[in-house]
Design a protein around this ligand. Structure first.
Ligand SMILES: [Zn+2]
Ligand SMILES: [Zn+2]
Length: 295
């Protein structure tokens, strides 16, 4: 199969575009999808980039190095999940070194006394939800502490659709909000603006991107997440485009429209009494998980 733009062999077919691309033209397409968001929302300045060692955040970091209006501050959260976290940390280091960028490391165990395995045992919560709470909290906190203009995360189109569908399936309409490429923050609540550079790119596209550009990444699955229901939902979501190549894009578009029609209640956010970061309850989920107390 040939590239739709030149005479070279194609490495991927992008169905919704009805095009096949060689390495170079796929890279143009990929960066173009990131550029769309940067231009539309005027993203610029200092961006804290959450690196996990997985394919998406590795692809995101490489992609963002192509945009001069952005200053990159990559960081890695060591969740203390035994060998898995160690291996991913090494990949994150290798990745950032290859672009001459320093890597900040937040060590959950060292800084807060407990790793994710221990926290999920203690709280009897599912490891993935404990992990999600910890990551969301520490990512925002890091970005706020370094006064970054944005916090960039590696969620791709397939992740966003899975997330939204999962919320609909569980009738969790409040967390259904915020399905946008860029979400404005709120300084009053120490909430940093969110930026999802891979919002328009599929799971398979980020995989082909890291492979074709020799970007360091790991395909290891988290040992605590095996059999997580969202993984099954995601593999189902990834097949939707066989039915309609625009299925994922159109779903997100519909979700956005539903979200715009949702009534937004004022005063839902408040400051955690322990740590001062945004929460909807008196003490935030992270502080409750760590059983931190008001002094
Ligand atoms: Zn080409
Ligand atoms: Zn708190």
């Amino acid at each position: 199969m040939k590239c739709s733009n030149c005479s070279r062999d194609a490495i991927i077919t992008v169905k919704w575009k009805e095009k096949s691309y060689c390495e170079e033209h796929f890279k143009n397409y990929f960066l173009g999808q990131v550029r769309k968001i940067i231009d539309k929302y005027g993203v610029k300045g200092e961006v804290a980039v959450a690196i996990s060692g997985g394919k998406d955040s590795s692809a995101m970091l490489e992609a963002l190095t192509h945009f001069r209006e952005i200053e990159l501050r990559p960081f890695y959260i060591d969740l203390g999940i035994e060998d898995y976290s160690m291996k991913l940390k090494d990949i994150a280091k290798k990745l950032t070194e290859s672009y001459g960028l320093p890597l900040d490391i937040i060590d959950l165990q060292k800084e807060y006394g407990k790793g994710v395995s221990e926290l999920s045992e203690k709280s009897k919560g599912a490891p993935c939800s404990v992990c999600g709470t910890v990551k969301r909290y520490l990512m925002n906190r890091y970005a706020h502490e370094i006064s970054a203009d944005y916090l960039a995360t590696g969620h791709n189109l397939s992740d966003m659709v899975t997330f939204a569908l999962n919320n609909l399936i569980n009738v969790q309409l409040s967390s259904f909000r915020g399905i946008k490429p860029v979400l404005p923050g709120d300084q009053k609540f120490n909430l940093v603006s969110r930026f999802r550079p891979l919002y328009f790119l599929r799971d398979r596209e980020t995989l082909v991107y890291v492979l074709s550009n020799n970007i360091p990444f790991s395909q290891d699955e988290c040992p605590l997440s095996s059999g997580a229901p969202t993984l099954k939902l995601k593999s189902w979501v990834m097949r939707l485009e066989d039915y309609n190549p625009r299925a994922l894009l159109n779903l997100l578009n519909s979700f956005s429209k539903i979200e715009e029609k949702m009534e937004i209640k004022d005063g839902e956010l408040r400051k955690c009494e322990v740590c001062g970061y945004a929460t909807s309850t008196r003490v935030c989920k992270f502080c409750r998980l760590l059983r931190r107390k008001t002094h």
